[in-house]
Design a protein around this ligand. Sequence first.
Ligand SMILES: [Cu+2]
Length: 247
Amino acid sequence: MRRDYVNVGVIWFTATFLLELIWPAIKFFGIPGSEEGLLIDEAFNILMVLGIPVFTFVLSVLGYSFVRFRVHEDDTQTDGPPVRSSTTVYVVWLVVTGLLALAVLIHPGITGVFELRSNPTADLIVEVQAEKWNWTFSYPQYGIVVEKADQLILPVDTRVKFEVSSTDILHSFWIPAFRMKMDAVPGQTNALYTTPNVISAFDDDSNFRVQCAELCGTGHARMRAEVVVIEIEEFESWVAEMQPASP
Ligand SMILES: [Cu+2]
């Protein structure tokens, strides 16, 4: 029995070591395109680092038991030894996983939420109106309205407040590259703050897109728009171009 503990321990340690080594090379979500995206990715990384040992522990014990304690071919009749509960195992398992859960609840959980909500100011306001099955983006500071938009133009390194609402039913405003998502609810305006910090566009990275993330009918999958993040000067010329000609 003692030997089994050692074997499982070695398997667990090796699997954990290898997985912790390999997983950072896997690009799950592409590059983050906003400051908040970095924060979200950091939170994801913490959860991965802490979650892998738990994952490998369960699989190591399970896999080892399957192989080591399998029934012998010449003896399929007799039952195995009775399994007795162990208070020590219960307590250790509960305390360790409980503390882990509590730790991630505090950080990155609560600390992350506070950080994301700590600054309710923005340099640019974009009103987002969702509708079956398209997006309207308005820039009230400049009097620009883009209906049934193909593109969402944003300046880089500028804090943006999205005021998200819907004219008909529930939708969800999601930009994968920014790691940000907000429900679009009829009769209600939800705020979403983000600071794009990478110059890129849908053509280079398909995560730079607005995508509806709330099943809303037959056109749901096509309810999207390209996100284009450009230099501030470029954005200013775009604004000048788009502004209604003054009389
Ligand atoms: Cu939808």
